[in-house]
Design a protein around this ligand. Structure first.
Ligand code: 6R9
Length: 665
């Protein structure tokens, strides 16, 4: 039986409860459930007043807002929309003249273990100079800039500098392919790309700049006028004259002051592409005001961030978690944070624990997939078990990206948290901008495997297809019934898709549909996320659309006739990609099948990125289809899991195909 099935069963019988310790509760911003409930009540009774107070208290406005929420064009909600502010000023300038200015903003640990750090004051200078450099290249307010950078201080500087001049950034994860980059450049209509010559991961030097060149060469990128290159390593790279400039060249002589450009609260701070249920990734557009409010508030609510904390979120800036909890939230909160360039298993699988000890990390935020792989490593090699390091600096642990199975939760709790640290299992999405359902460390009694309760002001519910509330214990669709400040504002350039994807007509057109299934516990009403209900897969916490991978496979036109992709449970990565492929030639078997499968995996890595490589590839002469020609994915899901087919297959055009697809090559 697979681990995921185990997980579901063990969650169903999960009855361990971990109330907050006195240490976690004492001095917490939200101390105890009474305090949490009082905030929820306040948000319910005076919804706009609640958000107005938060936004005034937590953000610096250059022009105060007079309107809180504009609902005149649902679902295009507008928050604080006549107010003006700057995101970078709210992360940096805000601290100047306070004790935070000389505090360390970022401790950077490189792949090879070298450490450097920068104070808030110096970070402001770095960001300002780089912002001036961007201006010198003709980049300004409203322009879109692609960032394709490794995890470095420079990556954060690039994002902050764009925000400072009102340019909208779109960060593309360094593991995405030239093709993926090309599509994003075109969709965003970007004027510049900020990249590095190489990135260092796991002791290897991996190219970035040459992939940018390849991406632009694929065509349609005439909007790109400038490519800025951070020379991360000494290795040579190919310069395109007239277009490429190094960081050193554009920074030369730049003024250390750059007044932040005030923008309207609804000005798009960034676009971040994520997978949806069709082949084309969605450009999730976020605001400046509401988003920044959330970044700061959730640092305070969920992580209860304190001046002496050392915060470490292991996510890459290419994902939403790296936006809200690396590039913006910790800085807005005036925290010291660790930024890590490398991978958890290099030079050994104790790297995370070693770094927690070395930097005295007090809040550690990572993904279940990392925890599971480190459990496996510690089980097979005592030397990398967390017990070998002093983790007593830890105060709070966090989890994000996918459901955390109770076994992994308990291991994290015991072996990393020393049974002392609350674990905040934070549920949220690229679209939500920040946490929406999560425990609060000083208040919420924890139940392993549950993200517990919505934050104050988040009207989360579980409903059926018509939008009707379901009772606790009944599984259904997760929705949020009222807007919230950091919600997605639009899909870049595609308002129709925005409406269709997130605000279904059947539910009245004003309820946010998360795309996840969920169930609330009978006793506490705690939420447990059961996984996506659309065609989105979650591989190691990374979102990928089945259609996206199918399109990539069939784009190999010399070989592939048809392909269907489904997910199956996987012990380590949560879900694994399983592709069923019909070739244009006869069905291969044995070594030949293995060879073609390897070829297709490489092809998908080139089309999308290595994270999208199917784990299983099965060949058939056909795919199971209904008489009307629809691929029956639920049958494919059963086959992928290795389950016996018990469903009704009478509507199937070609039932014999099931046996063929069930055979592993
Ligand atoms: C932040 C992030 C979003 C999808 C989401 C859900 C899954 C995230 C989770 C979780 C269970 C949690 N997800 N956090 N599932 N428990 N604590 O991951 O954003 O990349 O957009 O993915 O991830 O399925 O819908 P994103």
């Amino acid at each position: 039986m697979s681990n995921a099935t185990n997980t579901i069963e063990s969650v169903l019988v999960e009855n361990r409860v971990f109330p907050p310790s006195d240490a976690a509760r004492n001095g917490a911003r939200i101390a105890g459930m009474e305090a949490y409930e009082a905030l929820c009540k306040e948000a319910e009774t005076d919804f706009e007043g609640f958000w107005s107070r938060q936004a005034k208290e937590k953000l610096n406005w250059t022009k105060p807002f007079t309107r809180v929420l504009d609902e005149s064009n649902v679902p295009f909600y507008r928050w604080f929309d006549d107010g003006e502010l700057n995101a970078s000023a709210n992360c940096l300038d805000r601290h100047i003249g306070t004790p935070v200015e000389n505090k360390t903003a970022i401790v950077f640990e490189a792949d090879d273990g070298q450490v450097s750090s920068i104070t808030y004051k110096d970070l402001l200078v770095r960001v300002s100079q780089f912002a001036n450099a961007l201006k010198s290249q003709g980049i300004g307010k409203g322009d879109r800039v692609i960032i394709y950078m490794p995890m470095t201080i420079e990556g954060v500087v690039a994002m902050q500098a764009c925000a400072r001049i009102g340019a909208t950034h779109s960060v593309v994860f360094g593991g995405f392919s030239a093709k993926a980059l090309n599509e994003r450049i075109i969709d965003a209509g970007a004027v510049a790309v900020i990249t590095a010559n190489f990135q260092l991961r796991g002791g290897k030097e991996l190219p970035l700049k040459s992939i940018v060149d390849d991406g632009i060469a694929l065509g349609g990128c005439e909007s790109i006028k400038t490519v800025l290159v951070y020379e991360r390593t000494l290795s040579p790279w190919n310069r395109v004259e007239g277009r490429d400039r190094t960081f050193a060249e554009v920074l030369e002589g730049q003024n250390i002051h750059c007044p932040p450009t005030a923008v309207g609260a609804e000005h798009p701070l960034f676009i971040l592409y994520t997978s949806g249920s069709t082949g084309k990734p969605k450009g999730v557009q976020h605001s400046t005001g509401g988003y920044m409010l959330w970044a700061r508030m959730t640092m305070e609510w969920t992580f209860d961030i304190r001046p002496e904390d050392v915060f470490w979120c292991t996510a890459d800036i290419g994902w939403i978690t790296g936006h809200t909890y690396v590039a913006y939230g910790p800085l807005a909160a005036g925290a010291t944070q660790v930024v890590f360039e490398g991978v958890p298993t290099f030079p050994h699988a104790g790297r995370f624990w070693q770094m927690i000890e070395k930097h005295k990390v007090s809040i550690f935020y990572t993904a279940p997939t990392a925890i599971r792989s480190l459990i496996k490593a510690a089980d097979s090699d005592e030397k990398v078990h967390p017990k070998n390091w002093d983790l007593s600096s830890l105060r709070i642990l966090g989890s994000v990206g996918e459901p955390i199975n109770p076994e992994a939760w308990m291991w994290y709790h015991r072996n990393v948290g020393g049974e002392r640290c609350p674990i905040v299992d934070t549920f949220w999405q690229t679209e939500t901008g920040g946490h929406v359902i999560t425990p609060l460390p000083g208040a919420t009694p924890l139940v392993p495997g549950s993200c517990t309760l919505p934050l104050p002001g988040i009207m989360a519910a579980i409903v059926d297809e018509t939008g009707k509330d379901l009772p606790n214990g009944a599984g259904g669709m997760l929705v949020i019934k009222r807007p919230w400040p950091s919600m997605i504002r639009n899909i870049w350039g595609d308002p129709e898709r925005f409406k269709k994807s997130y605000f279904p007509e059947e539910m009245g057109g004003n309820v946010y549909l998360a795309g996840d299934g969920a169930v609330r516990s009978a006793d506490r009403g705690y939420f447990r996320i059961t996984g996506r209900i659309d065609d989105v897969l979650n591989i190691s916490g990374h979102r990928l659309g089945t259609m996206e991978i199918e399109s990539a496979l069939v784009a190999k036109t010399d070989l592939v006739a048809e392909a269907a992709v489904v997910g199956r449970p996987d012990d380590l990565t949560g879900e694994a990609i399983c592709a069923f492929v019909v070739l244009k030639r006869s069905r291969p078997t044995g070594d030949e099948a293995k060879q073609i499968a390897a070829q297709l995996r490489d092809w998908v890595a080139k089309e999308i990125g290595p994270i999208a490589k199917p784990k299983d590839i099965r060949f058939g002469e056909n795919l199971p289809k209904t008489r009307s020609g629809k691929i029956m994915r639920r049958l494919l899901r059963s086959i992928a899991k290795g389950e016996a087919i018990t469903q009704d297959v009478s509507t199937l055009e070609n039932p014999a195909i099931l046996d063929q697809l069930s055979q592993t090559n």
